[in-house]
Ligand binder design. Structure first.
Ligand SMILES: [Zn+2]
Length: 460
């Protein structure tokens, strides 16, 4: 019903998609009252809203934070939520990142798959429905945010001004569909330090990790040694060899500086990396320090949350994961910052209580590191929206659709009763945020067909 229009207008779809990809919409600082994320994001939104107007839709720019393109009748609406901001391009591109050149059937550009390309697919899906003349029972809105890659201020602002939809999808992740997203919770464990000088070795400083949502790949430790520093260095090297801890060390009079190496990966799969802070703990627990218990604790921190009392399995999303992402130790105190990805039926408060019950008796206190947390997001597989989208995907692709879950966060969290639906097809390389980001032209068009069917089925 809609495929014919999409096939006949494929040139226009490709050209207009290239048009928005040629706008450098890396999110930036406010440049004018109506440009809270800089001129590039504003230009991208103007471009798509203008196009929406030309395609015959009602459009609205909500104070430069976000905008929407709408059609149909009724009070309730179904939302498709995309975003037009992109992450910085980095270096090493084969083709210009804002050139939107097509090579071997692929459009190369920052934002091709994340998320301008899929957003344009949704817009032309709406146009295909409009052109078919079918009647819809509900309104449809394509909402476009401009701050997805940073702080989602776009959605906070948008939903202060606009009503929530009754449900919908975001084409900002993977096909077939992601129906469950773990909660994300960060906290500090703090411990006071005292009487350090009573022991022969003192951990003067320890610093590890760059971001709490990455497994740390480096940890720097400075030790003071009373007596033979070389002997302590030898002990460290022996332990490191036994435990398989990659490191470098420098010995000076009475002082050892230690660099411990790990392997950095995203904190939603921390078991696939090597935590440099935990590795450092394995070395430090063997030394004659006054706060040996702290280093023993550190060495035992695991990626399932067992050591801090939160190990559990979610019926929808699988095992909880725990990442010790940051560590800061100075003369007075120890601070370890954790990033948990927890089950859909649990809360921040549940996590905090379990942690405090477990490590409170060991002298740890908790504090808030001031990092944005996220509630779990869960739409049951039996729900109408999930069932409808799975059926559409199977009909359009001929592939069996098994719903997915994630420990990451997708844009679907911004809307109740929404799931991530596309636009990355299974088996495709994940090029979002990478150099040479691209999307196959064929996928742009097949995605437009899938979205047309999906929007129709949800809004009919
Ligand atoms: Zn995205």
């Amino acid at each position: 019903m809609f495929a014919k229009w999409i096939d006949e207008n494929s040139e226009q779809i490709i050209e207009k998609t290239q048009g928005v990809l040629r706008i450098n919409s890396v999110g930036g600082e406010q440049t004018a009252p109506d440009q809270p994320f800089g001129p590039g994001c504003a230009e991208a939104l103007d471009y798509v809203l203008q196009l929406g107007r030309e395609l015959g839709f009602a459009v609205k720019n909500v104070d430069g934070y976000a905008g929407h393109i709408e059609f149909g009748e009724g009070d309730d609406y179904i939302a498709v939520l995309g975003h037009l901001d992109v992450v910085p391009v980095g270096s090493g591109w084969t083709y210009p990142p804002f050139g939107a050149e097509i090579h071997d059937g692929k459009i190369y550009a920052r934002g091709a798959i994340d998320d301008k390309g899929p957003t344009m697919a949704a817009l032309f899906a709406m146009k295909a429905i409009k052109e078919s003349g079918v009647a819809l029972g509900k309104k449809v809105r394509l909402i476009m945010g401009l701050d997805e890659e940073s702080n989602w201020r776009c959605m906070d602002h948008y939903f202060q001004k606009e009503p929530y939809p009754i449900g919908g999808f975001t084409p900002d992740a993977d096909f077939p569909l992601i129906h469950a997203e773990k909660g994300i919770y960060c906290f500090n464990l703090n411990k006071k330090r005292a009487n350090l000088e009573s022991a022969p070795v003192v951990v003067r400083e320890l610093t590890g990790g760059n971001r709490v949502n990455m497994v740390p790949d480096g940890c720097r430790v400075v030790l003071s040694v009373k007596g033979d520093a070389q002997a302590v260095a030898t002990t460290i090297q022996e332990v490191a060899a036994r435990e398989g801890v990659r490191h470098e060390l420098q010995v000076a009079a009475g002082e050892i500086t230690l660099f411990v190496e790990g392997v950095s990966v995203h904190s939603m799969a921390p078991h696939t990396g090597i935590n440099a802070i935990v590795q450092a703990g394995k070395l430090l627990r063997e030394l004659d320090t006054a706060d040996r218990e702290t280093w023993s604790f550190l060495s035992e921190v695991d990626t399932e949350g067992a050591r801090i009392g939160v190990q559990m399995v979610c019926h929808a999303t699988g095992p909880l994961t725990s990442n010790l992402g940051l560590a800061k130790v100075d003369a007075d105190s120890v601070t370890f910052t954790f990033n948990l990805r927890f089950p859909v039926d649990k809360t921040d408060a549940d996590m905090l209580k379990l942690v405090e019950d477990k490590v409170g008796p060991e002298g740890f206190e908790t504090s808030d590191p001031g990092i944005a947390n996220m509630k779990p997001h869960y739409v049951p597989i039996e729900s109408e929206i999930v069932q409808t989208l799975l059926k559409v995907y199977e009909e359009e692709t001929g592939e069996k659709a098994t719903p997915l879950t994630t420990g990451g966060g997708t844009y679907a969290r911004a809307i109740p009763n929404a799931v991530a639906f596309g636009a990355q097809f299974p088996g495709q390389p994940d090029v979002a945020h990478q150099r040479d980001e691209h999307w196959e032209v064929g996928h742009l068009l097949s995605c437009t067909k899938i979205f047309a069917k999906a929007i129709y089925e949800l809004a009919k």
